[in-house]
Design a binder for this molecule. Sequence first.
Ligand code: PAF
Length: 284
Amino acid sequence: MRTLRDIDQLRSTLREHRQRGQRIALVPTMGNLHAGHLALVACARQHADIVVSSLFVNPMQFGPGEDLDGYPRTFSADQSQLTEAGCDVLFAPAVSALYPNGLDAQTRVHVPVVGKGLCGGSRPGHFDGVSTVVSMLFNLVQPDVACFGEKDYQQLAVIRKLVRDLHMPIEIIGVPIVRATDGLALSSRNGYLSVEERATAPALYRTLCMLRDALERGAAIDESLDQGKAALSEAGFTPDYLELRDASLASVSPATRHAVILAAAKLGPARLIDNITVQLPASE
Ligand code: PAF
């Protein structure tokens, strides 16, 4: 695996692959890799000849008071895992390479509608930061395909819309959530949890499963969500949101069948997110 930090080197390396007619896949990451990221790389391998992974802790997507400084940085371990997983090129630029004029002077990409509410509501500017850096990576790598985790359900929806709206010829693939055996969705932020908090954390997924089962049996939506929030608080979480949306993140209507329950909740120092799909029954 080649590790490149320089934009010109990345472009010339990928130009050679493209000239040979090879398909390129991109897996954007912020590092501190776990089995969820490796599933993205495995998916990328299946869809392309050359797999490029980017590792960049993107300051633009962190709000004031968020965990930019403390975000886990484990470069050598990430490099070894990517090599092992069959990644061909690791692109790990410095902040000054992507944002040479600083964040304030930087052109930003804003994706309306799907970026509103949920994490977009709790983390103002977050999805502009994600959309900007992902657009930049798409321009630099010009992949045929890019893989993103379904754990960040709203992020995936934002990126799908970005690519559609800007007519980028890139196939976006969502990769299913990878969970620990106790159900907790893998996340770099799980590393912030104490031993006790880690033992509590699977209650987030259990609550989502309980809610899904209730809604699929025809339980009332608002009451079920209230019960879910109460269950999370009882377990020790501070719920941020717990919402039912249709699969495209629009509000549910009586006609909605394919829906998703999305949750964000704080547990100690960690803000955890998760989601689960639901098949709503037709009302009588
Ligand atoms: O999901 C992430 O790790 C980040 O939001 C991404 C897509 C790499 C952009 O910085």
